[in-house]
Design a protein around this ligand. Structure first.
Ligand SMILES: *[C@@H]1O[C@H](CO)[C@@H](O)[C@H](O)[C@H]1NC(C)=O
Ligand SMILES: *[C@@H]1O[C@H](CO)[C@@H](O)[C@H](O)[C@H]1NC(C)=O
Ligand SMILES: *[C@@H]1O[C@H](CO)[C@@H](O)[C@H](O)[C@H]1NC(C)=O
Length: 180
């Protein structure tokens, strides 16, 4: 018991180190994304959400997104009152129009960016500029990157109750104090 509780954290630590080295040293091997590439892609994606200059944001999005770009988010469908499990956007043009016509997302903070499985990027974020800005909103985006270096799929989930409260929804808590 004592032995296994000591060995487990050590094994975990060494596998984390090995992954970090592999991402750095093998960045050009088997077309694995490097940490720098992942950070560039996330920063470009975030600049589309902010779209301080719509023309620049459109050009960035045209270059960054695959023509069949798909966004999947039950968090967004929940806010929209739509059935869960379907895509929120299919197609690059639909998405770009949708984003550029939406209010700019400001207060974007990156908490963590990780490369996974060579062609995926995990972005852990905190938005502090939504609506009334009363509640911070934390979430994750999982991006799939094509061999051409474009995003073809984004799966994202976030604290949709915080987003709802910041944007004027009324949340009614259950009358029972016991959660079952
Ligand atoms: C996009 O989707 C269409 C229709 O499914 C398909 O014909 C086309 O090859 C796809 N393009 C890319 C770049 O994946
Ligand atoms: C973005 O640019 C493309 C062409 O580069 C254009 O067809 C499209 O209308 C633009 N979209 C928006 C929302 O400005
Ligand atoms: C996205 O691209 C990856 C890598 O090429 C591919 O494996 C995956 O099937 C694509 N997904 C979609 C939804 O097009």
């Amino acid at each position: 018991m004592k032995f296994s509780s000591i060995i487990a954290p050590l094994a975990l630590a060494s596998s984390v180190t090995a992954t970090a080295i592999r991402n750095r040293d093998w960045s050009d091997w088997q077309n694995c994304l490097s940490q720098t590439q992942a950070e560039t892609i996330v920063n470009q994606y975030a600049s589309i959400l902010t779209h301080s200059d719509p023309t620049t944001a459109n050009a960035t999005a045209q270059a960054l997104l695959d023509v069949n770009y798909t966004e999947i988010s039950d968090s967004i469908l929940s806010l929209e009152g739509q059935p869960l499990g379907t895509a929120t956007f299919v197609g690059k043009d639909t998405y770009i129009t949708g984003v550029l016509e939406s209010p700019p997302v400001t207060g974007i903070n990156t908490l963590e960016i990780d490369v996974a499985n060579c062609n995926k990027i995990l972005w852990y974020w905190k938005f502090t500029g939504i609506g009334s800005e009363e509640y911070e909103i934390k979430g994750f985006n999982l991006f799939t990157i094509t061999p051409a270096g474009q995003i073809n799929q984004t799966n994202l989930e976030f604290n949709s109750i915080a987003w709802a409260l910041d944007t004027g929804y009324q949340v009614i808590f259950p009358t029972s104090t016991t959660v079952t």
